[in-house]
Design a protein around this ligand. Structure first.
Ligand SMILES: [Cu+2]
Length: 652
C-alpha cells in the first residue's frame, strides 16, 4: 500500500476503510510497448485531438495534444502571462478589469467548447473564473482570449460556463450564496444566512456577432450551487444544476451541510425563463459589473453595466423544479440522447440517474413531495430511472462514449468506473493515480462523443514523477476506452490543476480560418506605423511616444535621445513581418512589467518610466534570426531640465 492511500485512509470512517481494502486490486499499468505505440506521435506528425485543460489556480487554459500528452500552448485568460505580455501590455490590460479593479489573477475551472446541434463545433471555448466571478471566451481561430464578462450577485462562480445545445446561452451559477441588494441590505450578520443569503443562476446570451451579454438571473434559495449541464435533443431548453447545503449552513459545512439525506438538482426551463425575460418580466436590479472585449483595433476595451434583470420563480412559475438527489451531489451530466440526468452524489453509495421524460410527466401530474421557498420539489421515485450500485467511493463526474456506456470518477477510491446506460450495471473499473476529480472524453458531454480516449484529471501526483521539492504538478492519465476493458496508456503532468478539460478532433479547428499572422493593412491600432519611414519619437508634455518598427534584424529607430527624468515613455512597437513564425520581442532595461511579444502585423505597447540618468539598452526578446543578438538599440535618459533635444534614427 502506498503513502497516498495511507494518507486518504486517515480521513475515512472505518466502514469506508474496509470497503477500500477490499477493492484494492492490482490493475495492469499498461506501460508496455503496445501502449507506447498508441500514444506515440512521430516527430513532425500532429496529434489527433486538441485537448484543452483548465490551469486551475493558474487562471489559464493549457492546450495539449492527445494522445501524446504534449503541452503545445498556454492561452492566458484570467492571469497575466509573462511569456507573451498578456495583461501587461497596454493593448490587453483591460481584459483583467473588473468591478473590483484590475485583478491580475484568477482561478479557472471548467473549459467548455461551443456547440452546434449539441456537438462541439470548434468556434470558441469558454472558461469560468471562480473567485471574482467571470466567464471568458477564447476564439479558436486565434487561440486568443477575446472577451471576459463579469457575473454580479455571485460569489464563487463554479457551476459555469455550460453551453446550451446551439450555444444560445452560457449558464453560470453561484457556488456561495450571498446577501444581495444595496449596501444596507448586504451589511448583515453572517448568522442571518437563512433569512438574507440567496443564490443566482445566470444566463449569458450569445449575440449574433458572437459577443456575450448577461440576459437574466434566476433567484434561487440560499444553497451552494456546484455544477451544471444543459439538456440536449429532447431535453433541449432545460439546464440542470446540482446544489448542496440545502441545510443552509454557514459554518463548519463539512458537518453541517452533510446532514440531509438528499439535496437537489435544480431543473431549469431556461427557454421559459428567456421568454419571460424577452417579455420584460422580472425586475431590473442594480448590479455593478464589466464586460471586456478585444475590439477590431486589437485593443481591449471595458464596458461597465449597472443593472441586471432578475427573475423570481415564486412570481414567474414553470421555470424551475427541484429533483431530490442523494447526497451533496457534485457533477450533473446528461446522456448523449438527452434522456438521462446523472448525478455524482459525492457522499452517496449509489449513482442516482433521473429520467427527463419521467421528470416532464411528474411536472405535468404535479407529482410533488413539497416545496423549497416556493419552488416545487418533485418526488424522487417519480423521476428516478435507476441507481448504479457499487460505483466506487465518492462518485463525482460522468462522461459518455456514445456507445451506450458511462464513465464516472470515484474520488476516494481513486478509480474510473464504466457502467451501462441501459442496465446501470458496472462493466469495468480502472485505478487512477490518484484521486480523480473530473474526467474527459473528447465530446464526452455532447450528443456525439468521439469515444476513443478518456482522460482522468487527478488531484494528487505524489510519487508519480521525479520529485521537485514540496510543490507538485497535477496529473492527467490517458485511458483507452475503445475496447470492453479500459486500459491505461499514458501519465503526464499538467500545468496548474487540470480541473476540467475538453477535447475536439484537431481537424475541426486546424482549418483555413486559422489566423497565422495579422495582415499589416488591417492593423487599426491608432499607434501603428506600417513602414520604417513613419518611425518617430514625439513629446507631449512629460509623455514621450516612440513609434517603432521591427523587422529582421533591427528596430527603427534604434538610437533615441532627448528623454528626461520624470518622463513616461510609451514604446508602440509594430512588427512589419508578414510571415507566420516571425514574432519579435521588445524590452528595455529596468522595465518593471513584462516584455512585449509582437506577432507579425501587430502593434503592442510597453510603458517605461526611467528611474535613472544614463543610456539604457533595449533589445529583441524573441529569438528571431541568426542576427537576433544584433537586434538592439539605446535610449538616452538625461536629467530633468536638460536641454538635449528629441532625436532618433537607425543607421545612415
Ligand atoms: Cu527579433
Amino acid at each position: 500500500m502506498n503513502a497516498h492511500i495511507l494518507h486518504t485512509l486517515r480521513y475515512l470512517p472505518l466502514a469506508a476503510l474496509v470497503l477500500i481494502l477490499g477493492a484494492c486490486s492490482s490493475q495492469e499499468l499498461g506501460s508496455d510497448a503496445d501502449a507506447a505505440q498508441q500514444v506515440y506521435v512521430a516527430p513532425g506528425e500532429y496529434d489527433e485531438f486538441y485537448g484543452f485543460m483548465s490551469g486551475g489556480y493558474s487562471g489559464q487554459l493549457s492546450v495539449y495534444g492527445i494522445p501524446s500528452g504534449r503541452h503545445i500552448y498556454t492561452v492566458p485568460v484570467f492571469s497575466q502571462l509573462a511569456t507573451n505580455g498578456y495583461g501587461y501590455n497596454e493593448e490587453t490590460k483591460a481584459m483583467l478589469e473588473t468591478s473590483y479593479g484590475f485583478v491580475p489573477w484568477g482561478d479557472a475551472h471548467h473549459p467548455e467548447l461551443s456547440q452546434t446541434d449539441g456537438v462541439p463545433d470548434g468556434r470558441y471555448i469558454f472558461i469560468n473564473e471562480n473567485n471574482t466571478p467571470r466567464v471568458a471566451k477564447i476564439d479558436l481561430n486565434s487561440f486568443q482570449t477575446t472577451e471576459i464578462i463579469e457575473i454580479p450577485n455571485s460569489g464563487g462562480n463554479h457551476a459555469s460556463p455550460f453551453v446550451t445545445q446551439n450555444t444560445e446561452y452560457i449558464s453560470a451559477a453561484t457556488r456561495f450564496s450571498v446577501p444581495m441588494g444595496d449596501d444596507g441590505e448586504r451589511d448583515v450578520a453572517i448568522d442571518s444566512y437563512a433569512e438574507n443569503f440567496q443564490g443566482t443562476l445566470s444566463f449569458i446570451k450569445m449575440q449574433d456577432d458572437g459577443s456575450m451579454r448577461l440576459d437574466f438571473q434566476i433567484l434561487v434559495p440560499g444553497f451552494d450551487y456546484d455544477l451544471s449541464h444543459a439538456g440536449k435533443g429532447p431535453s433541449h431548453g432545460w439546464s440542470f444544476f446540482t446544489s448542496y447545503n440545502s441545510e443552509q449552513a454557514h459554518t463548519l459545512l463539512e458537518v453541517n451541510a452533510s446532514r440531509n439525506d438528499k439535496d437537489y438538482i435544480a431543473a431549469v426551463n431556461w427557454a421559459k425563463a428567456a421568454e419571460y425575460a424577452a417579455q420584460g418580466e422580472g425586475e431590473m436590479v442594480p448590479a455593478d459589473y464589466v464586460r471586456n472585449y478585444i475590439d477590431s483595433d486589437h485593443i481591449a476595451k471595458t464596458e461597465r453595466y449597472n443593472e441586471v434583470r432578475v427573475l423570481d420563480p415564486t412570481e414567474l412559475p414553470g421555470m424551475i423544479y427541484y429533483l431530490p438527489t442523494p447526497k451533496s451531489p457534485h457533477g450533473v451530466d446528461v446522456s448523449p440522447d438527452g434522456e438521462l440526468i446523472v448525478a455524482g452524489g459525492k457522499l452517496s453509495t449509489v449513482i442516482p440517474v433521473h429520467s427527463f421524460s419521467k421528470m416532464i410527466e411528474a411536472i405535468e401530474n404535479e407529482d410533488y413531495e413539497g416545496e423549497e421557498q416556493g419552488i416545487p420539489v418533485l418526488r424522487y421515485d417519480a423521476t428516478l430511472a435507476g441507481e448504479v450500485q457499487n460505483p466506487g467511493l465518492g462518485p463525482l463526474h460522468t462522461e459518455f462514449d456514445g456507445r451506450g456506456n458511462a464513465y464516472t470518477t470515484a474520488f476516494i477510491s481513486s478509480e474510473v468506473v464504466k457502467w451501462s446506460l441501459e442496465t446501470f450495471e458496472v462493466l469495468d473499473r480502472i485505478d487512477t493515480y490518484y484521486s480523480p476529480g473530473h474526467l474527459m472524453i473528447p465530446g464526452g458531454d455532447s450528443r456525439k462523443p468521439w469515444g476513443k480516449y478518456l482522460v482522468a484529471l487527478n488531484k494528487i501526483t505524489k510519487d508519480r514523477y521525479l520529485p521537485t521539492g514540496p510543490e507538485l504538478f497535477h496529473s492527467a492519465q490517458l485511458i483507452d476506452i475503445s475496447g470492453d476493458k479500459m486500459r491505461l496508456l499514458l501519465d503526464f503532468p499538467t500545468e496548474g490543476e487540470p480541473h476540467y478539460a475538453q477535447a475536439i478532433p484537431a481537424d475541426l479547428i486546424m482549418d483555413d480560418d486559422m489566423v497565422r499572422f495579422y495582415p499589416l493593412e488591417d492593423n487599426q491600432n491608432p499607434h501603428a506605423i506600417t513602414s520604417e519611414d513613419q518611425a518617430r519619437v514625439e513629446r507631449d508634455g512629460n509623455e514621450v511616444h516612440v513609434y517603432m518598427t521591427t523587422i529582421r534584424t533591427h528596430f527603427a529607430p534604434d538610437n533615441i535621445e532627448g528623454i528626461k527624468m520624470g518622463d513616461t515613455v510609451y514604446f508602440h512597437v509594430t512588427n512589419l513581418e508578414q510571415d507566420w513564425d516571425v514574432p519579435h520581442g521588445f524590452t528595455v532595461r529596468g522595465a518593471n512589467t513584462s516584455e512585449l511579444l509582437i506577432m507579425p502585423g501587430e502593434t503592442r505597447t510597453l510603458v517605461w518610466t526611467p528611474d535613472r540618468v544614463g543610456v539604457a539598452p533595449f533589445y529583441c526578446t524573441d529569438f528571431c534570426s541568426a542576427l537576433h543578438q544584433e537586434m538592439q538599440g539605446y535610449i538616452r535618459v538625461s536629467p530633468a531640465g536638460s536641454d538635449v533635444p528629441i532625436s532618433f534614427g537607425t543607421g545612415e
